[in-house]
Design a protein around this ligand. Structure first.
Ligand code: UD1
Ligand code: CA
Length: 418
């Protein structure tokens, strides 16, 4: 697929979002919309990936370090956005896969199939379409008598009959690069929005006697374009269900999927049980036979070994927890490394932030932290030691192995090893 370049259109203002942030940077389950699109393009294995930025371009460039970004100077429509990539593609003679930064749910196999079909048919362009119950807002696919795509009519331009067409343009296409740019030279902003529509290139190609094919996506839900906050919520719902289903299929129990939020890129091993009202953020890694929740919030950078128990109202961030450790009620652990077989009492808090930077707390194997303790980082709690209830352990006052400490500030009551 290296002879296919992907262009991701993301310059649009996203007016319907009512936002000062570029639409494509709005996150879905903690991951910016456009990152889904870029990741899928990478999974497809295309050559170059080029993002077209415009509205909020600086924010977008900052968020997409390592990705090629070209700027559309004036937001004159999706057709004009494609023209902005011309210099970057140079004399490229392969295929261009055009994607929209606001269609994050499209799947790798759908795109692979689109490219495969495009090549097999030798078409000048192949449009990824979807058959939907409610086509409102999308461009409608108008076909000729032979079943080829004759044109795409935008919602605002469609007449009553066209509005009844339920096959819509997903905004994803495969073009022969040279033919696309040839056709773009002919499009005009002669529509209600006064924009250069990329979709008008389809009609130009058809008029030139070129072949334009439609390939329908199997699952229309994966093709939705996010234009409003409502669409964002809808996409979150669809993606969330997909993530939870795939975890359940792999052997994880999720007691109440309707109140469980798990981000993408979370790994959970078999026989772990997730209780209701639990939130697990991006990149978290959870072992097998764990019990998580109810009402737990596991944030990014957390890694739990097997058989860990995390109970209600526990928040963890950037923290590692060893096997069989229990953190069962009302606790906050940030930037901590907790060993195996540790018991963290109710209400334990690691004070990881000193106002300037985050500091580490180390709790070694077999330690017991009494209820209501505050561990002020950086601090280390030795293996097998005990921190009494209500203790405040000041920063740097490391607790030796096997010791027992009590009080505010913590003092050693009993020292087993020195
Ligand atoms: C577009 C399609 C429509 C399709 C729908 C699928 C056009 C004219 N229409 O409509 O047929 O059904 O997507 O979701 O393309 N963009 C730019 N620069 C611009 C304008 C837009 O880069 O000047 C980008 C946007 O960031 C977006 C994409 O192009 O990623 C589509 O623009 P958008 O305004 O969302 O078009 P729709 O009205 O949704
Ligand atoms: Ca859109």
């Amino acid at each position: 697929m290296k002879d296919t370049a992907a262009v991701i259109l993301a310059a649009g203002r996203g007016t319907r979002m009512k936002s000062e942030i570029p639409k494509v940077l709005h996150p879905i389950l903690g991951k910016p919309m456009i990152e889904y699109v870029i990741d899928t393009a990478k999974e497809v294995g295309v050559g170059d990936i080029i993002v077209v930025a415009g509205f909020g371009k600086e924010l977008l460039k900052d968020a997409l370090k390592g990705t090629k970004v070209v700027i559309q100077k004036e937001l004159l429509g999706s057709g004009d956005a494609m023209n902005a990539v011309r210099p970057a593609l140079g004399r490229f003679g392969g295929d261009v896969l055009v994607m929209c930064g606001d269609a994050p749910l499209l799947e790798r196999d759908t795109l692979k199939n689109l490219i495969k079909r495009h090549r097999a048919s030798q078409a000048s362009a192949t449009v990824l379409t979807a058959n939907v119950n409610n086509p409102t807002g999308y461009g409608r696919i108008v076909k000729d008598s032979r079943g080829f795509v004759a044109k795409i009519v935008e919602e605002l331009e469609a007449d009553i009959t066209q509005k009844c067409i339920s096959e819509i343009n997903t905004g994803t296409y495969c073009f022969k690069a040279k033919e696309l740019f040839g056709a773009l030279d002919e499009i005009k902003p002669d529509n209600k929005k006064k924009e250069y529509f990329l979709t008008d290139a389809i009609a130009v190609l058809h008029k030139r006697g070129k072949r334009v094919e439609a390939v329908a996506v199997e699952d229309a839900d994966t093709a939705i374009g996010i234009n409003s906050r409502r669409d964002l919520a809808e996409a979150t719902k669809i993606l969330k269900e997909k993530i939870l289903n795939s975890l359940m299929d792999s052997g994880v129990t999720i007691i109440d999927p309707s109140t469980t939020l798990i981000s993408p890129d979370v790994r959970i091993a078999r026989d772990t049980v997730i209780y209701p009202n639990t939130i697990i953020e991006r990149g978290v890694d959870i072992g097998g036979y764990c019990r998580i929740g109810p009402f737990a919030r596991i944030r990014s950078g957390v890694r739990l070994d097997d058989m860990v128990e995390i109970g209600n109202f526990v928040e963890l961030v950037r923290t590692r927890v060893g096997s069989r450790t229990k953190i069962k009620h009302h606790a906050y652990l940030g930037d901590a490394a907790v060993g195996a077989d540790v018991n963290i009492g109710a209400g334990t808090i690691t004070a990881n932030f000193d106002g300037k930077k985050k500091n580490k707390t180390i709790i070694e194997d077999g330690a017991a932290i009494g209820v209501g303790s505050i561990l002020i980082a950086p601090v280390e709690v030795g293996a097998g030691s005990t921190v009494g209830a209500g203790c405040v352990v000041p920063k740097g006052r490391n607790i030796p192995r096997g010791a027992t400490v009590v009080g505010v500030p913590a003092r050693i009551l009993k020292k087993v090893h020195s």
